[in-house]
Design a protein around this ligand. Structure first.
Ligand code: FE2
Length: 157
């Protein structure tokens, strides 16, 4: 998720962190509220608001274009307990300024069940526990191209 400091408009991306400001990889926004001042205004992060990213889906589920093939999570393996996923079907390129930053398991209500942050230079792969879910979505955020989703996936019996 991305968050906006309402005092100074600094944007904090949980999946990208802020290495320049000394915020380490994998730091959740809750930790920032407690331990770290806003890098923009040095105020506290108490008053910042979540930014809802637009979710992007394939235009045609049967026939993905090149961008969709690199960004939409791709199920490598699925059974009734777990799903293994890569981003995407053709694995997304990895560079400092353009990479996949996070992969998310989403429930049928659109809420995040589990998130995996992808570290710089790490391949965009994840494994999720899907036991107890009838349907779910997989989403991936790219540092350049936004937030992509598989659409609803049926769980296996
Ligand atoms: Fe991308």
């Amino acid at each position: 998720m991305r968050f906006l400091c309402v005092n100074c408009s600094y944007i904090y991306d949980e999946a990208l962190w802020d290495i320049a400001e000394g915020i380490e990889a994998g730091t959740s926004v809750d930790q920032i509220q407690e331990d770290i001042l806003c890098p923009g205004c040095e105020g506290s992060f108490d008053e910042f608001a979540p930014i809802e990213d637009e979710v992007l889906y394939a235009e045609s589920p049967e026939n993905h274009n090149d961008t969709e093939r690199e960004h939409i999570p791709y199920v490598l393996y699925q059974d009734h307990e777990k799903v293994e996923v890569s981003v995407g079907e053709e694995i997304h390129p990895i560079s400092d300024d353009h990479r996949i930053t996070g992969i998310y398991l989403i429930d049928e209500h659109g809420h995040i069940v589990e998130e995996v942050f992808i570290m710089p230079e790490e391949e965009p792969l994840a494994e999720f526990d899907v036991s107890g879910l009838d349907t779910f979505e997989l989403r991936a955020s790219c540092s350049k191209h936004g937030l992509w989703s598989t659409g609803l996936i049926q769980a296996k019996d």
